[in-house]
Design a protein around this ligand. Structure first.
Ligand SMILES: *Cc1c(COP(=O)(O)O)cnc(C)c1O
Length: 454
């Protein structure tokens, strides 16, 4: 019998609704707080920054299913449904009885899952009559996705790109410019937040937190312009649930159900996207699937951070979010998985972790690249350095399954490919990468600066 390698859905099987897990969580996340008044946030409080529909989605705790607009579905069809792939090559190399599956989000034109939310957010901004949007980008993945989405919906986009990535990843910048966006290295002198940090630390090479502050400031001071965020927030996770909803149907085609679901973790959007549709069966049918978020050891908010109210950005412009955090002043080491260099975690994921409904592991940089290279040599796809963290966690589980002699079914999300990250692979292959893990002193130092609200 020939073995099926890929499970493919028809275009008509793209989900028509996103799954809003908050409506079904046993304990809902604590409210977002207004940074000034410390009162629970209402959607109207977010209207000055975000598209109104997105602000309502952010705080929607009651509707389990939210319709995907036809205009967004029309653009999803450019690359969705994405394939579910059985990783026979990787299984063989590991000599494991486990069945490994990955959902391949690298097939989007921008090379990552981020387009799933970028298209939705750009659409809502356009529908509301805006002409301009802003955002920040770390490794350049979100900026790239939003550049393409902005072009699809005829919006002007300005992207603040973390300076270290601007220098390390020139081709992501070129991609954004090719799709018509304006790209600024952050910190920049164009905003108060940028000027302040550059005056205090002239050689600072940027962080996501700083870039977010700059983009929000521009949105607040420019008419007809709003801000978009590519991770962390509830509405972003919501849009990403198309990944898991498709995967659910594809696992059914394969005649299997996952024992373990894994995603790499920056702010939580791709992990949420692959996990929540399966997690709902844990809630409703008492399934015992394990969910594992794989974060870098240099930025370990889930495994070693504290659960606290904290800001989403460096300057403190965002609402206060109840989350696992390393402190908003934390400046992560310059690992190549730029998309995972963020101090905090989304509020839903944080609550789920606190309630022990999901797990987290931390992965060292060299282990992630070793896993990434093995994946490339067995499955052909060079993974994004971020995605390589999920692969490393999946490999660890497959090795455990081998020791136990069990045919565990493991599903992970391949959040993106690494073809624009080859300078990182170059350095790995040359033996030039660090294997840094954050020290307890560094963590304690940052966390002690947080204001105690809970
Ligand atoms: C941005 C990014 C991530 C991390 O972000 P999440 O919101 O945690 O998903 C992971 N993988 C890729 C390829 C990315 O671009």
């Amino acid at each position: 019998m020939t073995k099926t390698k890929k499970y493919l859905l028809k275009e008509s099987e793209i989900p028509s609704q996103w799954y809003n897990i908050v409506a079904e969580m046993p304990n809902k996340p604590l409210p977002l707080l207004h940074p000034g008044t410390k009162q629970a946030l209402k959607p109207e409080d977010l209207y000055p920054i975000f598209a109104e529909e997105v602000a309502r989605q952010e705080l929607n705790q009651t509707d389990t299913w939210i319709d995907i607009p036809e205009e967004v579905l029309d653009k999803y069809r450019i690359y969705r449904p994405s394939p579910l792939v059985r990783a026979y090559g990787l299984e063989k190399a590991l000599d494991t009885p486990a069945h490994l599956y990955f959902k391949n989000e690298s097939v989007s034109p921008v090379g990552s899952h981020k387009l799933n939310s970028a298209l939705a957010q750009a659409y809502y901004c356009k529908k509301e009559g805006l002409t301009n949007i802003t955002t920040e980008t770390g490794a350049g993945q979100w900026g790239t996705a939003l550049s393409f989405a902005a072009k699809m919906f005829d919006l002007e986009l300005a992207v603040y790109m973390v300076k270290v990535s601007y220098e390390q990843k020139p081709y992501r910048r070129s991609l954004m410019q090719t799709w018509g966006a304006q790209v600024v290295a952050s910190p920049s002198m164009s905003t108060k937040a940028g000027r302040k940090i550059l005056t205090d630390h002239p050689t600072y090479r940027g962080s996501l937190g700083t870039a977010i502050s700059e983009a929000i400031e521009l949105a607040m001071e420019t008419p007809n312009c709003k801000y978009t965020l590519g991770s962390v927030l509830n509405h972003v996770s919501l849009h990403q649930t198309v990944i898991g909803l498709e995967a659910e149907k594809q696992m059914e085609m394969a005649g299997e159900y996952p024992d373990i679901v894994i995603g790499c973790f920056g702010g939580g959007s791709n992990f949420s996207g692959i996990s929540y549709p399966f997690l709902r069966h844990n809630f409703k049918e008492g399934r015992k699937v394990r969910f594992i978020a794989a974060e870098p050891a240099s930025c370990p908010k889930l495994t070693r951070g504290v659960f606290q109210y904290d800001f989403g950005d460096e300057a403190g412009y965002t609402p206060l979010l109840p989350m696992f955090t390393l402190g908003h002043n934390f400046s992560p080491a310059h690992i190549h998985a730029g998309g995972l260099r963020y101090h905090g975690a989304g509020t839903i994921v944080s609550q789920l972790l606190k309630d022990r409904l999901i797990e987290a592991v931390d992965i060292r940089q060299l282990d992630s690249f070793e896993a990434g290279v093995l994946f490339a040599r067995t499955e052909g796809i060079v993974p994004a350095p971020e995605s390589a963290h999920a692969i490393a966690a999946a490999i660890a589980e497959a090795q455990k399954a081998k020791e136990e002699g069990t045919a565990k079914v493991i599903l992970f999300n391949l959040s993106g490919h690494g073809l624009v990250d080859m300078s990182a692979y170059d350095q790995y292959l040359a033996g030039d990468l660090n294997n840094y893990a954050l020290t307890d002193e560094e963590i304690a130092g940052n966390i002690s600066q947080l204001e105690k609200i809970i």
